[in-house]
Write a protein that binds this ligand. Structure first.
Ligand code: NAD
Length: 399
């Protein structure tokens, strides 16, 4: 029997992605998997129902889809869609597979509720950053888009141009852009700002990224700080103590004062984002300067950031975007769907679900199974939620 993959419409406000594109459904058909799509699920991403039907996808209501599919794929599962996503939880059943973003390190109530249904939940955030898992690493795909979009936001908010221009009306000097955090999002932000002609510098506490920053044509900012290399494994940073962050802010103050644009992307997995830019540091920038804080959903790297808002403070614009991939839903859906197709091929064989628990990618991505939270980094036994889940809505992190 061929397993069927269900694609519900995304319900998080402003979410325009769809988990599978029509082309991805074609790839799944080759892997002997059928697809059921909720009516209109691809519309916001630019993929009408007819495009899917042409590729053999059947349309269904949400209830039919949850009832008839062995596997459900979403951009946002309830953990990263805490208000609207809750109504999907009673639709899950024992052994059914759910795949998508679910904020596994912090959305304990929602993920415990999923565990209680007996469903098997794979969180895309947990795909390891290894060579073999690269083609499934949705966090990196989406971070690339976020880095690109953050620069476009900064460029349109800045009352200056990015490139140098030599015109009969005089010479325009290029904008100065500083990127804090040169992970996946930061490196794409550097490349994008360079393409727009800005003079770019970047800083990261992982000294190993110096070469990558320089190969993109940016200057690596060196601070007189002992980071011990800064790496926490898997290409992620380790958390530092408050004395370190205080000293880092002191040293960054002079660097930031000179910039037209600062884009902050510093993240430490599972932790609140470190504060790299205080209110006083932002106030020292020239009026009209712009800060885009893409770590906004994790509390922000700038003290003045409000997630999902644009704040004007002393003439400085501070933007705290929370769903940058949704600004480019065609390509973010295309990349996300490709990551999912590769993951679906890993967990199926000849069109049937086949979970090989010896596989590190499967083990490290699995959050719930058999009524329990099974991930080694998360709680072993699941206390079921005592209060109705929708009573205290959280700000959902953007993916
Ligand atoms: P990443 O882990 O690849 O990169 C983060 C970088 O920050 C790492 O290179 C790390 O070394 C660096 N860093 C950590 N602490 C630092 C410090 N104190 N000083 C300097 N550098 C420091 O993460 P990523 O995949 O590039 O994502 C970056 C951020 O973008 C994350 O916060 C992620 O949640 C966010 N993001 C936001 C959106 C959105 O819509 N706003 C979308 C995707 C990703």
């Amino acid at each position: 029997m061929t397993a069927t993959v269900g694609v519900p419409r995304e319900t998080f406000p402003g979410e325009r992605r769809v988990a599978l594109t029509p082309k991805a459904c074609e790839a799944l058909a080759k892997a002997k998997l059928a697809v059921l799509l909720e009516h209109g699920a691809g519309i916001e991403a630019g993929f009408p129902d007819a495009e899917y039907e042409r590729r053999g996808v059947r349309l269904a209501t949400r209830a039919e889809l949850f009832a008839n599919c062995e596997i459900i794929v979403q951009a946002r599962t309830p953990g990263s869609n805490p208000v609207q996503g809750i109504s999907d939880i009673p639709l899950l059943r024992p052994g059914q597979i759910l795949i998508g973003y679910g904020d596994p390190l912090t959305a304990h109530a929602e993920n415990s509720a999923i565990a209680a249904t007996g469903a098997i939940f794979f969180a895309t955030e947990l795909v390891p950053r290894t060579t073999r898992a690269q083609a499934m690493d949705a966090l990196s795909s989406m971070a690339s888009i976020a880095g690109y979009e953050s620069v476009l936001m900064a460029a349109s908010a800045l009352p200056k141009l990015f490139p140098m221009m030599m015109t009969a009306a005089g010479t325009i000097t290029p904008a100065k852009v500083l990127i804090l955090g040169a992970g996946v999002a930061g490196l794409q932000a550097i490349a994008t700002a360079r393409r727009l002609g800005a003079v770019v510098s970047a800083y990261d506490l992982r000294s190993e990224v110096k070469e990558q920053i320089e190969s993109l044509g940016a200057k690596f900012v060196v601070l007189d700080l002992d980071t011990g290399g800064g790496g926490g494994g898997g290409g992620y940073a380790k958390a530092m103590d408050e004395a370190f962050y205080k000293r880092q802010r002191e040293l960054l103050t002079e660097v930031i004062r000179e910039q037209d644009v600062v884009i902050t992307t510093a993240a430490v997995p599972g932790r609140k984002a470190p504060i790299l830019v205080t209110a006083a540091m932002a106030e020292a920038m020239a009026p009209g300067s712009v800060i885009v804080d893409i770590a906004a959903e994790r509390g922000g790297n700038c003290e003045l950031t409000h997630a999902g808002q644009t704040v004007l403070h002393n003439g400085i614009t501070i933007i705290g975007p929370t769903n940058l991939p949704s600004r480019a839903p065609v390509h973010s859906s295309q990349m996300y769907a490709t990551n999912l197709v590769n993951f679906l091929k890993l967990i199926t064989k000849d069109g049937e679900v086949n979970l090989n628990m010896d596989d590190d990618i499967i083990r490290e991505t699995m959050v719930t199974k058999g009524g329990q939270i099974v991930h080694p980094k998360l709680a072993p036994a699941v206390p079921l939620p005592t209060a109705p889940l929708h009573e205290a809505p959280r700000e959902a992190p953007a993916k």
